[in-house]
Design a protein around this ligand. Structure first.
Ligand SMILES: CC(=O)CC(=O)C(=O)O
Ligand SMILES: [Mg+2]
Length: 228
């Protein structure tokens, strides 16, 4: 499934302005004031960054898989698609390296994150699993004038659970791109997940997630159980 998805992502129908899907999905954690408030945690002093494997990608028409004995949360996020290779760029120049956007779900296995925290281990198994990164069609850069003022929403089985503007982010889009680029070269097609606002929560088998970004895109995914 994953390899067919990568070829799909590379096709004109998906990340259509790019010759190939990028090598990385980079995520920012706890990047919304509203989520930090809900979780009663301080705002991070620097962005908290994790990686998600590109084998996690799915597109509309595919199904989110949740291990039967584990808990997986939905997190609606603005995805920033890198357009040009960059390394150690300034905040002032960061937006120049954006190629476009997508709507994304940073599906997160909180059982695995809990296990990792107990062992002071990395979060990888909580962030990277097949189907952990549902994405929308590619949104051209010109469609979003200001990535720090985009409305995101998510409904679980028809009930609104998340609704927030990216203006609530702790670190702006340019701060995130610049920060990540100090540590790793960003390449065309790489995806930056900018964090999720308040209201994240668990999915169960047969749930339906619907989410949207401004009036530009909506996407719907259903959930099925798989053996743990
Ligand atoms: C613990 C998390 O899943 C944090 C995260 O990804 C976020 O968006 O915040
Ligand atoms: Mg997230």
């Amino acid at each position: 499934m994953a390899s067919s998805l990568v070829s799909k992502m590379a096709s004109r129908a998906h990340l259509s302005n790019f010759s190939e899907v990028g090598r990385k999905i980079v995520g920012a954690a706890l990047n919304y004031k509203s989520l930090a408030h809900d979780l009663k945690v301080p705002h991070p002093a620097k962005p908290i960054i994790f990686l998600k494997a590109t084998s996690s990608y799915i597109n509309v028409g595919q199904v989110i898989e949740v291990p039967k004995a584990e808990t997986v949360n939905y997190e609606v996020e603005l995805g920033v698609v890198i357009g040009k290779k960059c390394k150690r760029i300034s905040e002032a120049n960061a937006l120049d390296y954006i190629g476009g956007y997508c709507l994304a779900l940073d599906m997160t296995n909180v059982t695995q994150i809990g296990n990792a925290k107990k062992m002071s281990a990395p979060w990888d198994l909580g962030k990277t699993f097949d189907t952990a990164c549902p994405v929308s069609k590619f949104i051209p850069k010109e469609s979003i004038k200001n990535p720090d003022d985009v409305k995101l929403w998510l409904k679980l089985n028809g009930n609104v659970k998340q609704e927030e503007s990216t203006s609530d982010m702790i670190f702006s889009t340019s701060q995130l791109i610049s920060y990540v680029s100090q540590f790793m070269t960003l390449e065309p097609g790489d995806l930056l997940l900018t964090g999720s606002p308040s209201g994240v929560g668990p999915v169960r088998p047969n749930d339906v997630l619907e989410c949207g970004l401004n009036d530009l895109v909506t996407m719907t995914f259903s959930v099925r159980a798989v053996e743990s």
